[in-house]
Design a protein around this ligand. Structure first.
Ligand code: ADP
Ligand code: ZN
Ligand code: ZN
Length: 838
């Protein structure tokens, strides 16, 4: 068992007193462990020897595995061995390497996730722990320095082991070496351990030595005369990033090669040196940031949060730009001072650079970033950092909810309404908000859910409940609702203008930009302000169709049309499937009738950017979508350029809605809101309201007031109307009424069974079969389906669904039975509380 890079020599807890205490009351004599050894993929059961009944989940043990001694993490104590194992075949735990390495709460949490989401524990562990955390490592034995030894009392083997260790200058050997040299070395080692003359520890594996990296530091004055334009560009980038960057990052951002940077070193403008790099995400050095003087509303919210006791839950409902982040920062500061840690969960990595910078500016290197896009090495290092137990702030996406932070003082879920907190695949299909709630309860620490547009779940669970039973201390701890109803500096929320695009067409405007938006774009350019344009889709056009025969070019693997992407580099034009990433070249003529008249329909970010370039050639544009932010650090780079006013307009998708704080933005335009409104999903309205409110919230966050223009073909739609008036509560009340009438969440619970197979007939048959089993006479739940998924075929797999609606008193299906009716060729996922119904 190793945690790479961790200094294992500090982890010894071989205090004989603690480890060998005998607790007669302990009735649990078996333990499930996670074995750390290639080839050991599952959870194994071992027997606890009498002297090790004190073992607790989270301890690190040494166990026999095959012919080796390997490290293992204790997961769960059992009162009796599993029925399928003969008791005398179960081997005994060898030794306790480190007690209390993970808290036992941690394993309770993982078990809870496994239970609630009907997922094998091992799958949950795979999501929670970094891959490769459980690698092979060497158990070593070393002499304790300060002990006076007298070999006379020892058995022969123990004496031989002792002599070997004494002969070695460091007094230290691997257990495998000792086993090779001395027959029955294990017995001898045990004897020495019992006397407390030696200790055992795990060696840090070689592969995880600290990583050295080249860093570039600016030493120039800023008045360089003898540099090429290219070299000046590099110096500029360095200066913007605070004068210090990793070489690799600099090369990537500047697209230069290392000889250009070396030339700068020779001219004495920069220094390149090797430095240890924790493989966690790096950011530019930031000017330290002092706490702001809070507004009265912020002060109230902060006071409420800091006075919380135990596992309280809080909904912090603050309009966009109301200063929620500042409240988080000031709630965390005193915890760190007390030696506790904080966990901050955010929806997507796109917005973390900015948020992370704000945290780093306040808390320096106490901040570490954790998300699934980190490399394995970075994940190891971040774990290493977390397991030190030093007070720290972990900022991460949904999987960071499993960060092994000891002494957790608070959990914050920012933008809690965001659906990227939910994992659709692979299993477990968990929602980080649920897991955070359990974790807060287990750790007995407060949980703060922040949003300008709270999910209906949180609204009902925290606002409604709080108003109904104030002061009620029962249940899952106290629940509170806090509100920041105004923007900082009493800035108004931006006025929203809704443009009826039918009317525009009627007046003869065929452009994708309404007259209002055109004027507004000219204005920001004239006044040197900045704007954001939101488009629902990336790419150029959503589909390509033949004008002569109506043929639509479709994906050969999925039941969807291909989107047209205009090549940025080179001349090739291509069609791409947004479901399976299939790519083909753009046909010159209709594959069906040969007509050359192919037309693009629907606008994506690319097409909007193109049209802008035609109509507003002076306007400088940055596209911000998953196509332009694919490379590491691209989000940061694009946003930095925008913040430096290297562009007038940011054109992008969903990503723009997630918490960006760009004070210079005065205009927000939504090209076609309709794409969001008409989805066949009971959550479509809620989601559309959230997205549009959030994107509108990017306008007017600074000194200059902002405005929002929403273009739509259905201006009368209730979602559009509610967004235009900034009316969260009335919209939510109406939406909740509908949900209640149909017993949909947050009132009734849903479970979605997803079935898929390459065999269309078989999956249908299995779906019918399982549905009929579920419809047993004693079932108190409601079954909808089976039905084909709204896009039946994706990546050549045919997909069917069964929806289970659970009422209040519903019993649950017998999942083992359900699974037993699903042959291996059909894959079955049980999605508990599904968000994505497609
Ligand atoms: P939210 O997260 O609620 O959208 P932010 O926390 O991003 O809002 O705050 C909006 C802006 O107001 C940020 O630029 C932030 O630095 C600033 N701000 C927050 N609180 C204060 C304060 N008390 N005084 C001055 N500026 C503040
Ligand atoms: Zn045709
Ligand atoms: Zn496809």
């Amino acid at each position: 068992m190793y945690i790479p890079g961790l200094d294992w020599s500090n982890l010894i807890v071989a205090e004989p007193g603690a480890a060998y205490q005998f607790e007669a009351s302990q009735s649990k004599r078996w333990i499930e462990v996670l074995v750390d050894c290639p080839g050991a993929t599952g959870i194994y059961t071992y027997k606890l020897p009498k002297e090790m009944l004190s073992i607790q989940p989270g301890d690190i043990l040494s166990v026999p595995f095959g012919t080796q001694q390997v490290g293992a993490i204790a997961i769960r104590l059992l009162e009796r061995p599993p029925a399928n194992l003969a008791t005398d075949k179960i081997r005994e735990v060898e030794d306790i390497i480190s007690a209390g390495f993970f808290s036992s709460i941690y394993w309770e949490l993982l078990q809870k996730v496994a239970e609630y989401y009907y997922t094998p524990l091992m799958q949950v562990i795979k999501v929670a722990l970094p891959p490769g955390l459980l690698g092979k490592s060497q158990r070593r034995i070393r002499l304790k320095p300060e002990i006076t030894l007298s070999a006379d009392v020892l058995s022969t083997t123990a004496r031989q082991v002792l002599q070997l260790l004494q002969a070695q200058s460091t007094g230290d050997y691997s257990i495998t070496y000792l086993q090779r040299q001395v027959r029955g070395a294990n017995r001898g080692v045990k004897e020495l351990l019992r006397r407390g003359w030696v200790e055992s520890y795990l060696e840090a594996p070689k592969a995880t030595k600290p990583k050295l990296q080249k860093a570039v530091t600016l030493v120039g004055s800023g008045f360089e005369t003898d540099v090429t334009p290219r070299q000046r560009e590099i110096l500029e980038i360095l200066r913007r990033r605070g004068g210090d960057m990793w070489l690799s990052e600099l090369l990537q951002v500047s697209n230069a090669n290392s000889s250009t940077v070396k030339a700068l070193e020779q001219k004495g403008y920069v220094v390149i040196q090797e430095r240890e790099m924790l493989r966690a995400e790096n950011s530019p050095q930031l000017a330290a940031d002092a706490p702001k003087t809070l507004t009265p509303a912020q002060t109230q919210a902060l006071a409420a949060i800091t006075s919380l006791n135990g596992a309280a839950q809080v909904l912090l409902h603050g309009v966009t730009g109301s200063g929620k982040t500042e409240v988080y920062l000031q709630a965390i500061a005193p915890l760190l001072a007390r030696g506790q840690s904080a966990l901050v969960l955010v929806p997507e990595i796109g917005l973390t650079p900015q948020l992370t910078d704000r945290f780093r500016a306040r808390f320096g290197d106490k901040v570490c970033v954790y998300h699934s896009a980190l490399s394995d090495g970075e994940r190891y290092d971040t774990w290493r950092q977390m397991l030190t137990g030093e007070p720290q702030v972990v900022i991460g996406t949904r999987s960071a909810v499993y960060s092994p932070l000891p002494k957790l003082g608070i959990i914050i879920l920012d933008e809690e309404h965001d659906s990227s907190f939910k994992q659709d695949s692979p299993i477990p299909t968990y929602h980080a908000r649920n897991v955070a709630q359990w974790r807060a309860e287990l750790e007995n620490c407060p949980l703060v859910l922040g949003s300008a547009t709270p999910s209906l779940e949180s609204w009902v669970g925290l606002k409604d409940k709080e108003t109904r039973r104030q002061g009620d201390k029962g249940g899952r701890g106290d629940r509170y609702y806090l509100s920041l109803p105004e923007r900082i500096g009493a800035r108004p929320l931006p006025p929203v203008e809704v443009i009826d695009m039918r009317h525009e067409l009627h007046l003869g405007n065929r452009s994708i930009f309404s007259r209002s938006l055109q004027t507004a774009l000219q204005e920001i350019q004239a006044t040197q302000q900045q704007g954001i344009l939101f488009i629902h889709r990336r790419g150029h056009s959503t589909f390509v169709s033949c004008r002569s025969c109506g043929y639509v070019v479709e994906c050969p693997n999925c039941d969807v049309s291909l989107a047209y992407h205009h090549a940025e580099i080179g001349a090739s034009q291509m069609l791409q499937c947004h479901y399976c990433n299939y790519v083909r070249s753009h046909p010159r003529s209709c594959p069906d009738c040969g007509s050359p008249y192919l037309k693009f329909f629907g606008s994506g970010t690319q097409k909007v950017a193109q049209e802008l370039a035609q109509q507003f050639p002076q306007l400088r544009i940055i596209r911000f979508d998953s196509d332009t932010t694919r490379t590491k650090g691209a989000h940061r780079e694009l946003l930095t350029r925008f913040a430096n006013k290297e562009a007038d307009l940011l054109v992008g998708t969903q990503m723009l809605t997630k918490g960006l704080d760009l004070p210079q933005v005065t205009l927000v335009g939504v090209i076609a809101a309709d794409g969001l409104l008409h989805l066949a999903d009971y959550r479509a309205s809620e989601r559309a309201f959230q997205t549009l409110t959030q994107v509108a919230g990017r306008a007017g966050r600074g000194e200059d007031s902002g405005r929002v223009i929403i273009q739509t073909y259905t201006p009368e739609h209730p979602v559009i109307q509610a967004v235009a008036r900034h009316e969260y509560e009335p919209f939510t009340a109406a939406e909740l009424e509908q949900r209640a009438a149909l017993n949909y969440p947050p009132y009734g619970r849903l479970i979605l069974l997803r079935l898929s197979s390459t065999d269309a007939e078989q999956v249908e048959q299995v779906a019918l079969n399982i549905a009929s089993i579920l419809r047993s006479p004693e079932a108190t739940y409601e079954i909808l389906g089976p039905a084909p998924a709204s896009i039946v075929r994706v990546a050549n797999r045919y997909r069917w669904q069964i929806l289970i609606k659970l009422g209040d008193a519903a019993n649950l299906p017998n999942w083992d039975e359900v699974r037993s009716h699903c042959p291996p060729v059909v894959s079955l996922t049980i999605d508990v509380d599904p968000l994505n119904m497609m």
